[in-house]
Write a protein that binds this ligand. Structure first.
Ligand SMILES: NC(=O)c1ccc[n+]([C@@H]2O[C@H](COP(=O)([O-])OP(=O)(O)OC[C@H]3O[C@@H](n4cnc5c(N)ncnc54)[C@H](OP(=O)(O)O)[C@@H]3O)[C@@H](O)[C@H]2O)c1
Length: 302
């Protein structure tokens, strides 16, 4: 497993971590992922997976980099402190390595939220502060609001078919030494990636490199400076396979071939805004409807 620097902290983290949103496979696949070198697990208070993560790291906790997140409904000062205590308890650990604001919440001043995050660092309950789903403008506001500690990471959607962050956020983070933690590196349901690859370019590169399609897709993310990825697998086979996305690199020619062949897209600001306003049940219903569309149309809505 290759490690990458976490911002300018002096700490390095595995370039492939274990995502746990919608994870329901128990302790074993996570343990096998740790054995395969992915000593980095991402969870959140809202995922309902902090307990299984805690069980998976029992006995090896000090070697594992544990990232979790506080929900936007808990961004008031006292609520942040309480949420962190809740996560620590569910995880059964004494400190959180990376505590992330799950998504922006304009209703609470970011200064208030970050003051609580900094207090958690002072108390030794949190090592590093990160954010998730923050735009450049939101990240700048957050960075200006910290007093003692830096924002070290931004966890955002990034994969070979959704390259929205390349418009500005990726460059901004690279220029400012903020690590990008790429979530949904397999486009959330894997079939989405295949939908956008009508000429089977990923399969062709997989054949040439002796890797699998999933490994090629994850490695595509890892080829970018300052980017680590957190695929989620619900089986030992998937988790271990995904760890094999590390410690090798696609060539420049293979990257260009994928860039030319895959029907990747960037979400525009209006689409991003509308998506952020949709309530989760409506998002789920739309997701089901999109699955029923023919492949050519389906990929436009991913
Ligand atoms: N911060 C945020 O707002 C946010 C949002 C979304 C996700 N995340 C984080 O990012 C993590 C990963 O993103 P994600 O859960 O959206 O999805 P993902 O990792 O992009 O894709 C998961 C899907 O790919 C399948 N898969 C995994 N490995 C595979 C393989 N080797 N071959 C074929 N299919 C494979 C999984 O199937 P199985 O489940 O059957 O293995 C699942 O259907 C989450 O778990 C979470 O930790 C964060």
């Amino acid at each position: 497993m290759t490690y990458k620097s976490l911002s300018n902290t002096g700490v390095s983290i595995p370039e492939v971590g274990l995502g746990t949103w919608n994870y329901h496979a128990g302790v074993e696949p996570l343990r096998k992922g740790l054995d395969a070198g992915a000593l980095f697990i991402d969870t959140a208070e809202s995922y309902g997976t902090e307990m299984v993560v805690g069980q998976a790291v029992a006995g090896v906790r000090a070697r594992v980099f544990i990232a979790t997140k506080v929900c936007p409904e808990h961004f008031r000062f006292r609520s942040v402190l309480e949420a962190a205590d809740g996560s620590l308890k569910r995880l059964g650990i004494e400190w959180i390595d990376l505590y992330q604001l799950h998504m922006p919440n304009d209703k609470v001043p970011i200064e208030e939220t970050l003051a609580a995050m900094e207090q958690l660092v002072d108390a030794g309950k949190v090592r590093f502060i990160g954010v998730s789903n923050f735009s450049v403008a939101q990240l700048e506001r957050a960075r200006n609001a910290t007093r003692k500690y830096r924002i070290v990471s931004n966890q955002v959607r990034y994969n070979v078919v959704d390259r929205t962050i390349e418009a500005d956020l990726l460059k901004y983070c690279q220029a400012n030494g903020i690590t990008i933690i790429a979530y949904s590196p397999l486009a959330r349901d894997f079939q989405s990636i295949l939908d956008c690859d009508p000429d089977c370019a990923l399969a062709e590169v997989a054949r040439r490199t002796g890797k699998t399609i999933a490994q090629v897709a994850i490695n595509w993310c890892l080829c970018k400076d300052g980017v680590v990825a957190i695929p989620r697998g619900n089986s030992t086979a998937h988790v271990v396979e995904n760890c094999g996305a590390s410690s090798w690199r696609l060539t420049a020619e293979q990257l260009q071939f994928l860039d030319r062949s895959i029907r990747w897209r960037r979400r525009g600001p209006m689409e991003t805004f509308i998506r952020s306003m949709l309530p989760p049940p409506m998002k789920r219903a739309l997701g089901i409807l999109v699955q029923m569309l023919p492949r050519g149309l389906r990929r436009r809505f991913k």
